[in-house]
Design a protein around this ligand. Structure first.
Ligand SMILES: [Mg+2]
Length: 407
């Protein structure tokens, strides 16, 4: 079998770069993209090179960033633009191979082993792609070229922006092993703490540690890391094929009796959010916009929506956002006959933003796992098998025990 040729392409400072396209006035200035700029608690989602030089960091509070860099220009995010440019880049990758695996909205692995006769070596293909992306979109990418996915990804981080790094098999000990352990995919903050406890600091340290020891320290994942560090990752670039996501997913209900209290509304909304969340998961989609609509007992309809600072599908976050929107729209007095919540402007989970944006990413992961687990229980034992405490409350909300109709 010939050595595989894997590329990892990473759009540099993606959100900030997209926001700066065509904005001559921003040239050379420190720019960041921030979530909920109008709120004091907004966080930095992305920053450009100039902002980086001031020490502005992703996920820190906007006010902290502004303290370090008073001239910082903070722009709101535009997810529809990011999706658009992500697809443009992907269209360019597709001219070189059909084996493409997206990793978040701004990164892809490409297996170009079968394309080298036509387009040249991995390094040459990487440069062609880099130049084409730049010419056609105005954005820069960094590309790592290697014989496995893990080292290709290390390469795209090694030199950026607008650069190509090749890691050959013979470069492993000299170039890869001195790198810090956390540079490698799979080494998160808790894994890193465990590694430090046993004196493992670099990728080379991982490679040279007995895999059984790593297994004792980290569990099964320890051996995987050992294989990664030794260049033994054989995982293929999996072709996900673009599964189209629906435009939006919503649920609404008319309750058996009018909803009169915030508690009534909260409970109804929780049920609906869980259904929407479940369907988002089934469709591999996340929402970037949440919409609610209310109909009162005089049949007046009110609609309200909000763009999220990052795509979500957790029932808990849909519920929270929906509740805030309803509380903005509802006068608190008029009884409500029906309400609905809709997840809109959906993005495929492969295109969603997988990095920590200040919201505790590990916490989000845990919540996602928890909700998935609860869903599996419900599938097995029925929808009432697992209830949240508030769903058991004795207040007999309008929506309990069952909806008259969910549409
Ligand atoms: Mg990137």
């Amino acid at each position: 079998m010939p050595e595989r040729v894997i590329l990892h392409c990473d759009l540099n400072n993606f959100f900030a770069s997209v926001e700066c396209l065509g904005r001559e006035d921003l040239k050379g200035k420190p720019v960041a993209v921030g979530g909920s700029v109008e709120q004091r608690h907004g966080i930095i989602l992305a920053k450009n090179e100039a902002a980086k030089r001031y020490g502005v960091k992703t996920a820190e509070a906007i006010w902290q960033a502004v303290q370090k860099c008073p001239a910082l220009i903070v722009l709101p995010p535009h997810y529809e633009k990011y999706t658009h440019y992500s697809r443009l880049a992907r269209g360019i990758y597709e001219q070189y191979t059909d084996q493409i695996e997206p990793f978040g909205i701004d990164e892809c692995w490409l297996d170009v082993t079968g394309s080298t006769k036509l387009f040249g070596t991995g390094e040459e293909i990487a440069h062609q792609i880099r130049q084409t992306v730049k010419a056609q979109t105005g954005l820069t990418i960094s590309v790592g070229v290697s014989f496995n996915k893990i080292f290709a990804k290390l390469g795209s981080d090694f030199k950026k922006p607008d650069a190509v790094t090749v890691f050959r098999r013979e470069d492993m000990e000299r170039l890869i092993w001195p790198l810090a352990a956390q540079e490698m995919l799979g080494v998160g903050s808790s894994t890193l703490r465990s590694l430090h406890r046993v004196g493992v600091y670099t990728i080379g340290d991982i490679a040279k540690t007995d895999p059984h020891t790593l297994r004792l320290v980290l569990g099964k994942g320890g051996e995987t890391l050992w294989r990664f560090a030794n260049g033994l990752d054989l995982s293929p670039v999996s072709v996900s094929g673009e599964v189209p996501v629906p435009k939006s997913i919503g649920r609404s209900t008319t309750t058996p009796r009018d909803m009169r209290t915030a508690e009534d509304i909260a409970l109804t909304l929780l049920w609906l959010s869980e259904r929407v969340s479940h369907e988002l998961r089934e469709n591999h989609a996340l929402a970037t916009v949440v919409q609610v609509h209310l109909r009162d007992n005089a049949l007046n309809v009110t609609e309200h929506q909000r763009r999220l600072t990052q795509p979500v599908r957790l029932a808990e976050l849909l519920r929270k956002t929906g509740y805030e929107l309803i509380m903005e729209a509802w006068d608190g007095v008029t009884p409500l006959r029906s309400l609905g919540i809709r997840a809109a402007e959906l993005v495929h989970e492969d295109e969603s933003i997988q990095l920590c944006f200040g919201c505790d990413y590990e916490q989000l992961e845990r919540m996602e796992r928890l909700e998935c687990g609860v869903e599996r229980l419900k599938e097995k034992y029925g929808r009432d098998a697992v209830l949240r405490c508030r769903q058991l409350a004795g207040s007999k909300p309008a929506s309990h025990p069952a909806f008259r109709k969910i549409v």
